[in-house]
Ligand binder design. Structure first.
Ligand SMILES: [Zn+2]
Length: 483
């Protein structure tokens, strides 16, 4: 029996435009007093007329183009009718027949995942459940209602939970590099609904388990676990019944993250249940080839392209590049720090600082890296000083964080704090002579065991107040102590 999972992902991404999708209300809805960003349009009051947000439409197209999709030059909005307490109109404006962009693909681990479409729609409000005076109450906040939402629908080309996770990470990365959304799964600005069934080859025949859509998955790990749970559950179901169920029998299951399992919610509605029809209050939206070309030209360098450039032009290894590109802010700061046409040694030096001391500092402080505080000259000065052995590599880690915080040249800080290494041979020789004279026991030990020189180097560093260049100190001690 051979089992192949067939996994598709529907991903919703909230765009961070200033205003909502069809009205002028602010699209900000985190940490805002409830129902303060609302108007007759997003509250669905009778007679209110929706006007599409041009930026949101262009961002949806930009995302699609970045995913290799082609744009429909004419598209329109439809009403998707369903009742939900936090959807005041009783329908959601979305795109069914003519989405903005179609037919793209992204490559995950050498495997092409086709993108069926990316279309524009609007978010719903939020229900908040509370208990007051022993009564269970549901409150509704419409601040999120009408916030622009792009839905990206993949074909069911994903074959493992890990691949689903990597697909989401890649999508998230592209969206963040485009600067159109925070795409934060934990905060809900990126949401994912996996659909899963299995192809089972047994006794020369192919069987398909019924399709399941999983809702309410609120983390990357949750997506991976929910898919794995469904693979196991559907395999067991098949082994129990040993027969294929109807392929059209789609069901919706919820995800319980605490119990780490899915549970049956409802038989899924087909699109006919939603009685889609074109929105009569919004004309068709047309883009010219030139307008699409202009949007395409505004796509910044994306992570895949940066990956190749960092390797080829900067000579960085796979691991460093992956780590640097993982965070859009980090990679932007790194690029600013190396300036134009850096040498490979300078790029590697800065990459080490970013992936070491700087990353540790931000992980511990929980601050956000502010790209405006990055001074290219400071990195260059520090690099030159380390290259000349004036500053040790260890001190450089400390100095770069200090200089970021204080906005002072790291070399200046090093001078002030006595971190400039003495590379003056005669000065070090003097320290070495002192140390040899006052440590006869250690000198004797060294004669028996040259590996014990570490102690004498330590004493020399101490005598110099930490300012001696350690490799030079070792060299001079060895010379003075003789073979
Ligand atoms: Zn509004």
């Amino acid at each position: 029996m051979k089992i192949t999972p067939i996994i598709g992902l529907e991903v919703h991404v909230e765009l961070k435009t200033k205003t909502k999708m069809f009205c002028n209300c602010s699209a900000t809805h985190f940490h805002i007093d409830p129902n303060t960003h609302t108007c007759p349009v997003c509250l669905g009051l009778p007679g209110a007329l929706p006007v599409p947000n041009k930026t949101a439409c262009e961002w949806c197209i930009k995302l699609g183009l970045a995913l290799g999709c082609s744009a429909n030059l004419i598209s329109f909005f439809e009403r998707k009718n369903y009742f939900y307490p936090d959807l005041a109109k009783g329908y959601q404006l979305t795109q069914l027949e003519k989405p903005f962009v179609i037919n793209g693909k992204i490559n995950i681990d050498g495997h092409d995942i086709r993108i069926n479409r990316a279309h524009m729609e609007e978010d719903t409000g939020k229900s908040v459940h509370i208990t007051e005076n022993g009564q269970d109450l549901t409150l509704i906040d419409f601040n999120r209602c009408g916030v622009p939402l792009v839905e990206i629908v993949s074909e069911p080309d994903i074959i493992s939970p890990e691949m689903a996770r990597n697909y989401l990470l890649k999508l998230q990365q592209i969206i963040r590099y485009l600067g159109i959304s925070d795409a934060d799964i934990e905060k809900g600005s990126m949401r994912c609904e996996p659909t899963i069934n299995l192809k089972i080859e047994k006794d020369g025949k192919d069987f398909y388990t019924p399709l399941v859509e999983v809702k309410n998955v609120a983390s990357l790990t949750g997506v991976q676990n929910a898919i794995q749970f469904e693979i196991n559950r559907q395999t067991q179901e098949f082994e129990k019944t040993g027969e294929e169920k109807s392929k059209t029998n789609k069901t919706t299951r919820g995800w319980d993250a605490d119990k780490n399992q899915t549970f049956l919610q409802r038989e899924k509605e087909g699109s006919s249940d939603y009685r889609y029809f074109p929105e009569p209050d919004i004309p068709h939206i047309e883009f010219s080839d030139a307008e699409i070309a202009k949007i395409k030209s505004e796509i910044p360098e994306l992570p895949d392209q940066k990956f190749v450039r960092y390797q080829k032009d900067l000579g960085l290894n796979d691991y460093d590049v992956t780590q640097l590109l993982a965070d859009v802010n980090f990679s932007a700061a790194f690029e600013k720090s190396i300036g134009q046409n850096p040498t490979a040694a300078f790029a590697k030096f800065n990459a080490n600082l970013f992936l070491g001391a700087i990353k540790t500092y931000f992980n511990e402080s929980k601050d956000d890296l502010d790209i405006n505080r990055i001074n290219f000259d400071y990195f260059k000065n520090l690099f030159d000083a380390v290259s000349k052995s004036e500053i040790s590599a260890t001190a450089a880690k400390y100095l770069i964080v200090e200089s970021y915080q204080s906005q002072i040249d790291p070399v200046y800080i090093a001078k002030n704090e006595g971190l400039i290494q003495v590379s003056d041979t005669s000065a070090i020789e003097n320290f070495a002579k002192q140390v040899i004279e006052s440590n006869p026991k250690a000198v004797e030990d060294y004669k028996k065991n040259p590996a014990s020189i570490g102690f004498l180097i330590g004493q020399l560093m101490k005598a110099s107040g930490g300012s001696a260049n350690p490799s030079l100190a070792k060299e001079i001690l060895e010379r003075l102590l003789g073979p």
